[in-house]
Design a protein around this ligand. Structure first.
Ligand code: TCH
Length: 325
């Protein structure tokens, strides 16, 4: 499972938890302006917006899991196994393979509004990147530095681009159902609730945090959607970049999957392999991993964005303990 959010704290911060049982050898990958991007059915792009995010690279092609561009647009792909349906290429459509959709949108869109225009005539195709890397069943969150966000889902009914009033996405079910389910949690609050069940009874407030007593805490995608919405909607804005990115990671950690809790096969457990978040105005990409709780940063503007080659940084996975004596 995965969770993706946009957090507003003056600047906007966008990223995700990647929850899975196994990594792919992913890296931090920067695609500079002049690195040509090829698409199966769409024209090759010689020049485009620069992109930074988590990706694997095969045949010199960046297969992004999530990323942002220099204009302050972010996009993340999350598992959507079951409802996801892609189609063969169709005449008269903008045919974009599922593995191409993140580079395509981030290379071309300077806002969510522009991404919506690019998607208006789009058909997400079922083309495989290769036999070893077939199309993954995904849906996507796109957000920008104004705070706007949309959910993109291709199902048997076609392509839907939903305005996302929450600024969060997890996995199944389809996005409209996630929103309906939120109504079931209208009463969740940071405040201590009144005794409305039996006002004549003395029901002592024996603990702080009663307002979230019924907040779901499961690993499943509906529970994570509710929990991250509550956490995000009540998160304070900080007074500095460090405070903001610290708050941001606390929001994602509210739905972190610890090892040993989500068994996907005998003795195999899904967990939060990495969490990342970018400042959409500054182009700084931050991440942590399950094994490394330190926040690492890669600033896209410190790189040569005029280059024609991909720039990669290994994911720092080693825990660094600050020994104090
Ligand atoms: C599985 C990942 C999503 C994480 C997630 O939502 N897990 C939840 C699992 S579940 O709901 O509990 O079943 C997705 C996110 C990005 C995906 C990768 C990216 O799309 C890039 C390529 C695309 C290729 O077509 C397939 C390999 C791949 C390298 C993908 C593998 C996998 O599907 C990834 C890593």
């Amino acid at each position: 499972m995965c969770t993706s959010i946009i957090y507003t704290a003056g600047d906007k911060y966008f990223g995700r938890n990647l929850d899975l049982e196994v990594g792919f050898g992913q890296k931090v990958v920067i695609t500079p302006h002049n690195m040509p991007l090829e698409f199966r059915e769409m024209p090759r792009l010689e020049h485009h917006y620069a992109i930074i995010g988590i990706s694997i690279v095969r045949d010199n092609y960046p297969l992004y899991f999530d990323g942002i561009n220099e204009k302050g647009v972010g996009m993340a792909g999350l598992n959507f196994d079951g409802p996801a349906h892609y189609f063969p290429a169709q005449k008269g459509k903008d045919n974009i393979a599922a593995f191409e959709i993140i580079p395509y949108i981030l290379a071309n869109a300077a806002s969510v509004a522009e991404a919506k225009k690019l998607l208006a005539n789009a058909n997400i195709t079922n083309a495989n990147f290769s036999d070893k890397l077939p199309a993954s069943p995904l849906h996507w969150l796109i957000a920008d530095k104004t705070g706007a966000s949309v959910t993109v889902e291709s199902t048997i009914k076609g392509l839907n681009v939903y305005d996302n009033p929450v600024g969060a996405l997890t996995n199944n079910p389809e996005f409209p159902r996630q929103l309906v389910n939120l109504s079931n949690y209208r009463s969740i609050s940071p405040a201590t609730p009144k005794n409305t069940i039996a006002p004549e009874l003395n029901l002592p407030v024996y603990s702080r945090g009663f307002g979230s007593h019924f907040l779901p805490g499961g690993m499943d995608s509906e529970s994570r959607f509710v929990k991250v919405t509550f956490t995000k909607m009540h998160a304070p804005a900080g007074n500095s970049e460090v405070e903001n990115i610290t708050n941001y990671f606390h929001i994602l950690q509210s739905v972190e999957q610890q090892k040993g809790l989500d068994e996907v096969a005998p003795d195999t457990f899904e967990y939060t392999i990495y969490s990342d978040g970018s400042n959409l105005s500054k182009g700084i990409f931050y991440y942590k991993t399950y094994d490394n709780s330190q926040i690492n940063a890669v600033d896209m503007h410190k790189e040569d964005l005029e280059s024609t080659e991909l720039i990669t940084y290994p994911v720092q996975n080693e825990q660094v303990i600050n020994q104090q004596n």
